[in-house]
Each structure stands twice: as structure tokens, then as C-alpha cells.
Ligand binder design. Sequence first.
Ligand code: URA
Length: 434
Amino acid sequence: MSFVDIIRKKRNGKELTQEEISCLIQDYTNQKIPDYQMSAFLVAVYFQGMSANETVWLTEAIMCSGEVIDLSSIPGKKIDKHSTGGVGDKVSIVLAPLVASLGIKVPMIAGRGLGHTGGTIDKLESIPGFRTNLSTAEFKENVADIGVCIASQSEAITPAESRLYALRDVTGTVESIPLIVSSIMAKKLVAGIDGLVLDVKTGSGAFMKEYDKAHSLAKAMIEIGKGMGKPTIALITDMNQPLGKMVGNATEIAECIDTLKGKGPPDLIELTILLGAYMLILADIYSDLEAGKKALRKMLQNGKAYEKFKAIVSKQGGDTASLETFKETAISKKSCEVLCDTDGYVHSIDTFKIGIASNILGAGRKKLGDKIDYSVGIEVLAKIGAKVTKDQPLARLFYANETSCTQAKGLIKEAYKVSAQKASIPVLIQHVMK
Ligand code: URA
């Protein structure tokens, strides 16, 4: 069957065979299928969806598009976490060193910015010298030596995923359950893990804005994880406002450094600690959630988690000295504020618009291959429920050029809804699924 026939078959809502899916991923990886045809296929999947079988076959084909990592020679359980993507979601950068500081092995393959959301890899690359495109041998060596490594999918590991991910980012095809499931599960399962904790976001800044869709996404990923013999736990968590205060790349790394030094924002700490406690359970280190949380909190307070973060940065070629002055040196010096129009309470924040505003400033990509500006971003100064007065700053923008700043400012103003009535604060942890 030709690739055009496969596009037509999917476009007409028919189920593809395992062979068709495997050929299509192989040919795309080997550059026999151009991006414009793959874009048409992605749009067909976006509208027609995929059956449970097709999603498993797609995940397996993407996972096997490059080397599959075998970490069995490294002692101990290897546990990872992945988020479905949000705004200001910097959890992985705090969580990986935090959990590793308790001796758990964390082999993490992470992504770049996608749509309106930021990506762990882009954020880490704002640290001077930090390398994420590692060979499989380096990845293994780092996990063996320091217990943790955060790398990007690459030409060696899930090459099909890195190309599909970049293509989805610029073709409006991100918000599709089978595409998200296969993207996440392929790059998680390829890394030789023994268990996985998923942070499935729901709300205005998530890909799955409605709770029911987030629930279906979580269920589909748990089924694939378990089907492949990897215990998987999913938390459904709120993304109706940015997590923490910072949005961007260097801005978020600065907030991660503060958090790893025990001075982070409460929502980021609460979520990171809970995800970490489930990772400890999957690693059989603690059977009691509260004991795990206590151990993790101690690692944030006693500096061990920050030490582990510095070890990651050093091992991956980053400049550890830069971390000490990061806030002062890596974030743009040009800043302006978005002021509140009226007295009242922050009722809601359209978090999708905050993500888009950050991209407009230059923190994300508009088309394939765009360079991002690590120094720009947003500081959220008022979250939902906050009492605000006229002319009080709601957000601070770190920008590079005036035009993008004006555009982003307008969007942030639109994103904030202030009302006279007290607003209820969204519940951060909405559900835990096993
Ligand atoms: N995160 C991923 O890694 N892939 C997606 O498709 C969405 C979020």
C-alpha cells in the first residue's frame, strides 16, 4: 500500500494494520516520507483518532525507530516521570535530581517545547554548555555514575519521535490522545525503566482541557505501560494557572534553582513532592506515601537535591558556576509589567494565552527549526484567588524586542479575569489513577 493510500485509509476513519503503521514509521525515520505527507497523516489521525490496537502499534513502532536502551546491568529500580505538558511546568528539572538524591535511578528522555507549552530540554539548554543530545553510551554511563540523566530524543534514540514531535508542534496536531500517548510512552519505555509516574494535566493550559479527556489520556497511557510490564501511576493535576511563578526557559531554571535550594513556590513543591513520593513507591523504597514525602522534603532542605542537580549539570557539560548568578545573568534585563485594570480578585487565568504570550516573546517556536530566546519569559505575580487592586502588576515580562512585548502584554491582559467576588482556588491534585 502506498503512503497516500494509508493517508486516505486513516482519513476515511478505517483501522490501520500493525504492518502499515510499522512501515510508515520506518519510512518516515529513513526520510522516505516527506514532512508534508506526514503532516496530512497527522491531521487525519487528529480528526479520526486511533483504536487501542493502533495506538499500541504506533507506540511500539516509534519506540523501535532507534536504539532501545538496556539498563539492566545497572543495579536498582529505574523510575521516571513524564508530564503531558503545561505552562510553567518545570517539575522534571526539580524532581529528577530530588528523587536521585535518595538513590533512585532516574533515566529521563524529555522533550522540547510543544505548542503553547515549554519543554524540559529547551529549559535545560538555557544553562551555558548543557548538552542534551547524548549517545546511548553516555546516557547509560551517566545513570550508572550519578544515578540520573536527562537527555533528548535524538537520531539514536526514538528518532521518529523527535521528528514527529517537531512536526506536530507546527501543524496544530498536538491535542490528539493517540499522538500524545505514543509520543510519551515511546520515549519513556525506550529508556529501560522499571516504572513510570505520569502527570496528566487538565485545564486551560493543558492539551486536554476537559477533565474527562485527561482521564481517557491517563487511562490509555496506564494500559500501555502495564501492557509492557512497567507499573504506571498517573496523577491528574490542575493546569488552570501556570505552575509556580515563572514561564519561559532561563526564567524557569532560575525558579528550579530556588526550589532545589528549598525556596520554591508552594504549588511546585507540593506537586513535585507527591510525584516523587509515588516514584519512591514504584521503586519499593517506601510503601508509605507520607514517609516518602518527608524524605524528599528533607533532601530539598539539606541541599542534597541541589548538589545532585549540580552533578547533572556538570556531567552534561553545563557551567555549574553560572547557576550561582543565574537569575542575574541569564534572564533578559529588559522588563515591563502588565497592570490590573480594577480592584477585585483574580477569578481565572487563560493559561493557554500565557503560554502563547511566552512564545510570542521568543521562548517557543513558530515553525520548524526556529531558534528560541532563552532569556525571555513571564513572571506571574498574581494567581487565582489573589486580592488585587487597580494598577497592581499582574505579571512581569522579560523581553527582547518592543513589538513582541506589546503583543504579549495584550494577550496577558486578555488572559486575566478579575471579578468583585472572591474566587475559588483550583484544586492542584485532582485524581490519582493506578
Ligand atoms: N509531551 C510529550 O512528550 N508528547 C506529547 O505529545 C505531549 C506532551
